[in-house]
Design a protein around this ligand. Sequence first.
Ligand code: GDP
Length: 382
Amino acid sequence: MKIGLVAVGQAGGKIADALLRYERSAGVEIVADAVAVNTARADLLGLQEIDPERRVLIGGDRVKGHGSGADNELGAELAREDIGEVRDAVDAIPTSDVDAFLVVAALGGGTGSGGVPVICRELRRIYEEPVYALGVLPAREEGGIYTLNAARSLKTVVEHADATLLFDNDAHRETGESLAGGYGRVNEEIARRLGVLLSAGEARDPTPEKVVDASEIINTLGRSGGVASLGYASAPLERKRGLFGGRKRIEEDALESTTRVTATVRRAALGGLTLPCELPDVERALVVVSGPPETLSRAGVEDARRWLEEATGTPEVRGGDYPLRDTDHLAAAVLLGGVTEAPRLAELRAGAVEAQRNVAAIAERAELSGGIWEAEGLDPLF
Ligand code: GDP
């Protein structure tokens, strides 16, 4: 499946860069073209993979290329004002090659958080292809404003995107890792997951036993504004050496490969989700298993699909395989569409309501006292 990629804000740009790097290193074609949109000139200049001609600075007249801070109302306003420039850049993407658009951003900041719903709405107005959002949720430690930004942005994005795939930064932190220190690894993780899912929909050699085509990914994500989560897990394979030290085929019995496939799919769906959720809380699912052809047990993929049907309680579970010759891993990607509830979303909503109340209370106090410094006993400079 080929996407037209639109990256908004700092995190959006870095994730798009990671996806383009994945595409190159895996030798697949999943991005028809990529556009980066930002209010911060330095962030656009720092991108490595996106064509400089496809980088759009918005709000230049107002914020002079310095970004929108963490003000997502400003981010949305600047995107609305300069939407024509975003439209022109996206227009250059060859849409005959595009199965869907993917608009990528972090929802907790300013530019991406405010820009994503505006850009999704505009693309959906113009194009027939589905418009999906990939939104990164902030970590808890980032506090109330990031939580409030993410919740308000998400509430608006689900109105304007065909579906929103969420990635919870907190669920992917490694023990002891600082938030910013982990971004590079986390972005590669997002890219690998998306990469495996999207490349499954592309024609390839060796030919899969059961191809997953773009329409199956689209049907699983849905087009009615749902939330999606993407699970991933992999298992190392032992490749025996040939007589002269060369790499040999992986030889194993059918039962072993069936068990490995089902166990890997379970791990992806139960513990490896971008947005952790309970399986009965999803409406649709798609499983893709990739690895060397001899390890892709047909029975395993079918067993895993049936297990997902039971665990989710929905008959809408699709499945297929994606053979790769040069890998020492078996990997499973599980896409869950129509997620109706998730603990992190409930927490985000509650945190956002509280943060909104605090912001309102501070504003009210400031108004009552005539200014936030009034009662401090500080003398002004002049
Ligand atoms: P914007 O440029 O105003 O849209 O702001 P950012 O894209 O920097 O969004 C801030 C949010 O994104 C915070 O919740 C950060 O934790 C998160 N963030 C920033 N950079 C990255 C990144 O490279 N990867 C990921 N996954 N999250 C990031």
